[in-house]
Design a protein. Sequence first.
Length: 318
Amino acid sequence: MRLSLEIKPYSFKLIRSIKTSQGSLEEKQGWLLKLRNNHGACGWGEISPLKISEFKVCQTILNKIGCSPLRNELEEIIRLSPPSLGFGIGAALAELDLLIDLNCNKAPKSAFLLPDNNLLLDKLDAIIHNFNQTEEPLTLKWKIARDSDDKEQALLEKILKKLPGNSLLRLDANTGWDRSQAHHWVDNLLQDTRIEWLEQPLPTNDTEGLFELSKKIPVALDESLVDNPSLKNSWKSWQIRRPSLDGDPRIILKELREERNNLVISTTFETGIGLRWVNHLAALQQKSSSPTASGLAPGWCPKGKLFSHNPKDVWEAV
């Protein structure tokens, strides 16, 4: 079966840059896809790689696909291409196949991503003040390994003094520690039950060290799952799954419908087209036996039609 394919590039700047131990993110670039079958039905997709090397590979592949690809050609491209491209095409095909209804999804509860260290405490005060008006537990994510251990551990003490007793804190080192640093932090954290997990504390090639660390404290893998996808089958603790970087979304959709445990759905700052999938998968995760706040990072993307839940509005906004 031949399909009609349209592609639009997009870009937007985040409200403020996100700094990690590996660098900073200020702008997102990618492509929106619209697939149409011979009955006039549309499926929408988004391709938004983070790595420059993957962006260039995706660009080369998209330039070669053409405007009327065969269905089996697209399936083969998914199998052979970078995960971000697999997500975009797979999402559009899944919608054409009516595997998912993306028109009535609602974003579930999310962890709040804290800003740079110099702005953190003021922002934390505002979040806590607003959240005190609700009865839900507060979940926060703090990107660490951006400053010296001494400074960040002193800041951690201040954060924990402010946090309500029923709140949870996720510490994300983005591969920025070595084993000695990680174990030093863990030894200081074990007594506080509000630490939900350490996220990717060690480099992706130190799987042995990550397994060892997970015996002392919950460890959530993120970058390791991208560099070594086989860990999705063997890592029993938490997995941070970012759908737009995870490959064909029909796979994780199946996992969540089968109530796979210890998966956390996280954003990579998508437009409304990609966000429909992120929200839907996050809502499914809430129905598992291990529900936890998703990583949707509210308040980091600008507002406007580019972030609408109506894919036609997003398409027209580019």
